[in-house]
Design a protein around this ligand. Structure first.
Ligand code: MG
Length: 218
């Protein structure tokens, strides 16, 4: 019987790892267009104007954007907030295997966490509205404006597994001996590497391989 203390910490990126963020943007723009009675193009242009002032797209702050849109269209802020945060849009874009995978991992005794870039309340909303928050250990919910921060990674326990869709994040993480980065490339038919996932289900055979490697070292 495995003891939980042997199990590595597993951290999950949020956007394009747990939820289909491209699809979420499409749904949100449609809801905003319907609410404002504006064209898709009007809404797209409003986003472009707001994004123009940001250094990175992950600096997107819904409160700021919605205040900007409210002013631009002369429309009540609260109604725009309801449209932007419409729960069904966030729930429809959760990747289908996420709940079963997280539940399975937790049942096996793994400690799970988040490793996300962006504005905390906005990123946590994506987790909360999908009822996933309880899966993630309170000590390991990292939401940072710039997550490629060596100080954050250096403090993680030995053999922490981090799953992320961005190649630049994976390359950054590969520099640290205490973490095992796993690249998720959804929809890819041919895997790029041994530690590449096309869905989160691919995590299980990799965890077995890693455990065998650790066992044979002991
Ligand atoms: Mg991502």
């Amino acid at each position: 019987m495995d003891t939980p203390t042997n199990k590595p910490l597993i951290l999950f990126d949020i956007d394009e790892t747990l939820i289909n963020t491209d699809q979420l943007r499409i749904l949100q723009r449609k809801t905003l267009a319907d609410t404002l009675q504006k064209s898709d193009e009007d809404i797209a242009n409003c986003f472009i104007e707001y994004y123009g002032d940001l250094e990175k797209t992950s600096d997107f702050d819904p409160d700021e954007f919605l205040a900007f849109a409210s002013e631009k269209f002369g429309f009540p802020l609260e109604k725009l907030k309801d449209a932007f945060f419409q729960p069904t849009n966030f729930q429809m874009v959760l990747y289908p295997e996420v709940v079963e995978t997280l539940a399975n991992l937790r049942n096996k005794g793994y400690t799970l966490g988040i490793y996300s870039q962006g504005i905390r309340y906005s990123q946590e909303y994506k987790i909360l509205v999908n009822n996933l928050m309880d899966f993630f250990d309170q000590q390991h919910r990292y939401v940072l404006k710039r997550k490629m921060d060596p100080a954050v990674i250096a403090d993680l326990p030995e053999n922490t597994i981090i799953i992320d869709d961005k190649a630049e994040v994976i390359e950054f993480l590969e520099r640290f001996p205490n973490v095992i980065p796993l690249h998720i490339v959804r929809g890819e038919q041919n895997h790029v590497g041994e530690y590449t996932l096309s869905t989160l289900r691919d995590l299980f055979p990799i965890l077995d391989t890693l455990r065998n490697a650790v066992d044979s070292e002991q």
